[in-house]
Design a protein around this ligand. Structure first.
Ligand code: PHE
Length: 454
C-alpha cells in the first residue's frame, strides 16, 4: 500500500477552499452563457428536468470518482493515472485517459477564451451606453461588429488568456486559492444583485413557467445528448480539472460531502442564471431560443431599455467574466502541472508556454467568425468543431473511462479507503451508479447519437 502522497504543487489550505475553487471551475460560461441558450433551443422545462437527472445520476458519481483518483494520485491527471494504474497492477495504457483529458482541456480553453473575451468587451460596450434604446437590428449589428473583426477578437482573447495564465503562474496557494477566495464571493454577490434586478423589472412568472413547466413534445434524442454534454461541461467533468483540484484536497476531507456541495452550487447557479436572463428576455417579448447570441444580442436589448440597465448590464458582464476566469484557470492547471512535473519547469514558464499554445489554437476559433466563416467541414466551422468535439465527445468519453476505472478496475478497497464514507449503503449506491448507471447512460446516449436506436 502506498503511504499518503503529497503533491509537489502544494495543497488547499482547507476543504472549504477546495469547494470554492471547484465551484469556481464548475460555474462559468457553461452556466451563464451556455445553459440558458441550450435550454432555449431545446424547449425549456423538459430539458431542465433531463439535465437535472444527468447531473444526479451521472455527473455527481463521476465527479466523486474523479476527485478520488486525483487525491490518491496527487499529481497531474496524466501522472496520477499512470501511478494509480501501476499501483493497482493495471495496464499503463490508462495514462492515455490522462492525455485525453489534457487534450480536451486545451481544446476547451482555446475557444472558451474567445467567448470570455466577448464578455470582457461587453462590460465596456454596455457600461458605455452602446445599447441605450437599442433595437433588435442595432444589437445584432453591434455583435457582428465585434465578431466580424478578427483584430478586436484577438485583442480581447489575448487579454483574457493573459489574465488566466497570470493566476496559474502564481501557483496553487498564491494564485488559484487567492483567486477562488476573492472572486467567488464577488460572483455570488453579483449574481444575487442581478437576479433581484431581473425579478424587480422583468417577467419572472414567464421565466418560471418556461424553466420549470416541462413540455416533452420538443425533446428529441439530440436534446438528451445535449443535456448530458452540458452536465459534463458545466460540472467540469471528464478532462481532469476536478481531478487536479482533487489532488490538492487535504487527506482528511470527506469527498462525497465536498462534491455534493460543489454540484449543488453549480446547478443552483445555472437555474439562477436562467432566472436572471429569461425574465428580462420575456419582459421585452424577445426570443428565448436565439442560440449563442442570447446574452450578447438578446439580453443586451433588454438592458438597453431598463432603468439603470447600463449599470446592471455592465455588472452582468463583470459576473460572466469572473465566472469564466475561475473556470479557465482550471482548464489550464492540468497542463501546467504536467509540464512542471515532467520537465521540472517553473510555473511561470509552464503557464506561459501552455497559455500560448491554447491562445494559438483559439486564433482558429476567432477566425471562424470572420475570415474563415465559410471554411466548413461537414457543416461545422473550426469553432463549432472545437466545441462539438470537446463537449459532446471527449468529455463524455473521458467521464465514461473514469467511471470504468474507478468502478471496475480499481480495487474495491482502494475506493472505499479514499472516499471515506465506510462500506455501507452510501458507498454501495455510489458504486452502483459508477459501475452501471453512468456507463450505460453515456453509452446509450452515444449510440443514440450514432442513430442506432433509429
Ligand atoms: N465548467 C465550466 C463552465 O461551466 C467549463 C469547464 C469545463 C471548466 C471543463 C473546466 C473543465 O463554464
Amino acid at each position: 500500500m502506498a503511504g499518503p502522497r503529497e503533491s509537489i504543487h502544494g495543497q488547499w489550505s482547507s476543504r472549504w477552499v477546495f469547494i470554492l475553487a471547484a465551484t469556481g471551475s464548475a460555474i462559468g460560461l457553461g452556466n451563464i452563457w451556455r445553459f440558458p441558450y441550450i435550454t432555449g433551443e431545446n424547449g425549456g422545462g423538459a430539458f431542465v428536468l433531463i439535465y437535472l437527472l444527468c447531473v444526479a445520476a451521472v455527473g455527481i458519481p463521476i465527479m466523486m470518482a474523479e476527485t478520488l483518483i486525483g487525491r490518491r494520485g496527487r499529481r497531474s491527471p496524466i501522472n496520477s493515472m499512470r501511478s494509480l494504474a501501476e499501483e493497482e497492477g493495471l495496464s499503463s495504457n490508462w495514462r492515455y485517459l490522462g492525455w485525453l483529458g489534457v487534450a480536451a482541456g486545451f481544446l476547451i480553453l482555446s475557444f472558451y477564451s474567445v467567448v470570455a473575451g466577448w464578455s470582457v468587451a461587453y462590460i465596456f460596450y454596455v457600461g458605455g451606453g452602446v445599447f441605450a434604446d437599442a433595437t433588435v437590428e442595432a444589437s445584432g449589428a453591434q455583435f457582428e461588429a465585434l465578431t466580424g473583426s478578427a483584430w478586436r477578437l484577438l485583442g480581447w482573447h489575448s487579454l483574457f488568456m493573459v489574465m488566466t495564465a497570470f493566476v496559474v503562474a502564481r501557483g496553487v496557494q498564491g494564485g488559484l486559492e487567492k483567486a477562488a477566495k476573492w472572486l467567488m464571493p464577488a460572483l455570488f454577490v453579483l449574481l444575487i444583485v442581478i437576479v433581484a434586478y431581473a425579478i424587480a423589472t422583468g417577467d419572472i412568472g414567464g421565466a418560471i413557467s418556461y424553466l420549470f413547466e416541462p413540455d416533452f413534445s420538443e425533446v428529441t434524442g439530440a436534446s438528451v445528448m445535449a443535456a448530458l454534454g452540458q452536465a459534463f461541461f458545466s460540472l467540469s467533468l471528464g478532462m481532469g480539472a476536478i481531478m487536479i483540484y482533487g489532488s490538492y484536497l487535504p487527506a482528511d476531507s470527506s469527498i462525497p460531502r465536498t462534491i455534493g456541495a460543489v454540484a449543488v452550487c453549480d446547478t443552483f447557479v445555472a437555474m439562477l442564471a436562467g432566472l436572471a436572463i429569461f425574465p428580462l428576455v420575456f419582459g421585452f417579448g424577445l426570443e428565448p431560443g436565439s442560440g449563442p447570441g442570447l446574452v450578447f444580442v438578446t439580453l443586451t436589448i433588454a438592458f438597453g431599455h431598463m432603468p439603470a440597465g447600463q449599470l446592471f448590464g455592465a455588472l452582468f458582464f463583470v459576473l460572466l467574466t469572473v465566472a469564466a476566469w475561475t473556470s479557465a484557470i482550471s482548464l489550464l492547471e492540468p497542463v501546467v502541472a504536467w509540464l512542471v512535473e515532467s520537465f521540472r519547469w517553473s510555473r511561470r514558464r509552464a503557464s506561459a508556454f501552455a497559455g500560448f499554445g491554447a491562445w494559438l489554437l483559439g486564433v482558429g476559433s476567432l477566425l471562424s467568425f470572420n475570415h474563415w466563416s465559410d471554411v466548413e467541414l461537414m457543416g461545422r466551422n473550426f469553432f463549432s468543431w472545437c466545441e462539438f468535439l470537446s463537449t459532446t465527445a471527449m468529455l463524455p468519453a473521458g467521464g465514461l473511462l473514469i467511471a470504468i476505472f474507478a468502478g471496475w478496475r480499481m480495487a474495491r478497497g482502494s475506493t472505499v479507503d479514499e472516499l471515506g464514507i465506510g462500506d455501507g449503503i452510501l458507498y454501495s449506491t455510489w458504486r452502483l451508479l459508477v459501475q452501471v448507471v453512468a456507463p450505460i447512460g453515456v453509452i446509450a446516449i452515444f449510440l443514440n447519437a450514432l442513430g442506432v436506436f433509429g
